[in-house]
Write a protein that binds this ligand. Sequence first.
Ligand code: FSO
Ligand code: SF4
Length: 534
Amino acid sequence: MFCFQCEQTAGCTGCTRAGVCGKSAMTAKLQDTLTGALIALANTAACSSKNSNNNLSASLANEINHLILEGLFATITNVNFDDASIKNLTARIHAAATKTANACNVSIVSDYYMNNIWNANEDIRSLKSLILFGVRGMAAYAYHAMTLGYTDASLNQFFLTALDSLSKDWGMNELLPIVMEVGRFNLTCMELLDRANTETFGDPVPVSVSLTVEKGPFIVVTGHDLEDIKQLLEQTKDKGINIYTHGEMLPAHAYPELKKYPHLKGNFGTAWQNQQKEFASLPAPILFTTNCLMPPKASYEDRVFTTGAVVFPNTPFISSSTDGHKDFTPVIEKALELGGFSKDQHFTGINGGSSVMTGFARNAILSSAGEIIDAVKSGAIRHFFLVAGCDGARAGRNYYTEFVKQTPSDSIVLTLACGKYRFNDLDLGTIGAFPRLMDMGQCNDAYSAIKVAVALADAFGCGVNDLPLSMILSWYEQKAVCILLTLLHLGIKNIKLGPTLPAFLSPNVLNYLVEHFAIAPVTTPEADLKEILG
Ligand code: FSO
Ligand code: SF4
């Protein structure tokens, strides 16, 4: 096997025997076959449109779009570990490719051989990896939007174009623009998901979320899918079961259509890499709606449930009916059977805090834009830091905790995604009416951060790079790749990235990013702060 798509890849170069994530060599091989089949499907769809013989029925086009998103999502780190379901998905992709070829009267394209990419010249491999991993991350966002009924034709077309490009014998000049296009289309995609989430569940409002788990039966929900938690909240109404968010589900507390449920009580645990420890003796079921699933330990494997794109062998999966309804009865019954804690448990965050704040999405912040601009003009706010991204197990990640602790008292720290659990229970105080630490939401809410940065730049009549704003990012898996490409597409410079740089950046591609965007690895909090604040 060969896989180097995430930050924890073995030896910072590549997993070759089995994945550090727990993925077996067989699963990795099947995921490669699946990806090769997706590329062949994209090739077939491309020849059908080239022949201007585009006879695809709406239902076949829809089926292709759905399979592309499902297939790409299944290969993201910590999502699907189940060989049978990967084989089944691959067979469905083959069937759709055959139907497409027949409908358009073109010959069937055989599966692309992924080793052509893994064994290519390192720069080509690097650029094709950026494209592939970027569209994998983007597919997760498009999938969540699709679940809520939001799609975008240009985005669907781009997934096919990007996949098709992976099989081409192209050089840097052809591939680099496609890498940047991934960034552009991911902005469209995050905007689509933002619209889907806010039009369905309302604009987030700032809330304080308790870390106490009350006595009695409860369910822990993790991942990014707000529709899943909505259906679960509806189905657990008046059943004496409380619901707790975990990981990337924390921002659910801020959405009016979710926070209205009184049994959505609080947040349990920290970021994904601590789950094997935190779930070990939990007297409650855990529902995984997206990544990041780690192979469950024997101590709690009987209470793990998955849904959506997440699949693990011998683990109950909650499927969706054609109208999108999911029946969470098995999870509910498990919660009642386990019964929860016998008395309230006062958990704390990593730094000892008993609650965390969330809900500072674009609307919440921009509704106070006037006050923020005045505070910058008066000197009350000297600098903004966006300390954002994914968490992970690597020891050097306490850089982010230390960085936030050392930010000066006249600065604001904006955050999002699961890396925030390293510091989101800290009390950094306030500047006027604003908390110094504001959580904007999930990783896809990088869209909110972009909207806020662009609005501030407009207000000050400057570019985003001229604002007193620095981006200190942490990456782990492929969603971070597409977000990074979006920031580069927007021309944002001087991003600091850690805890290590991606193994799939070749020296030449990295040089290109450094020359054009001045991207740099994080060093130490002291040195980075000194450099940023001059
Ligand atoms: Fe974290 Fe996992 Fe949002 Fe990622 S839970 S690491 S980029 O999947 O999704 O931040
Ligand atoms: Fe290794 Fe990451 Fe690939 Fe898993 S996803 S096999 S940890 S590089």
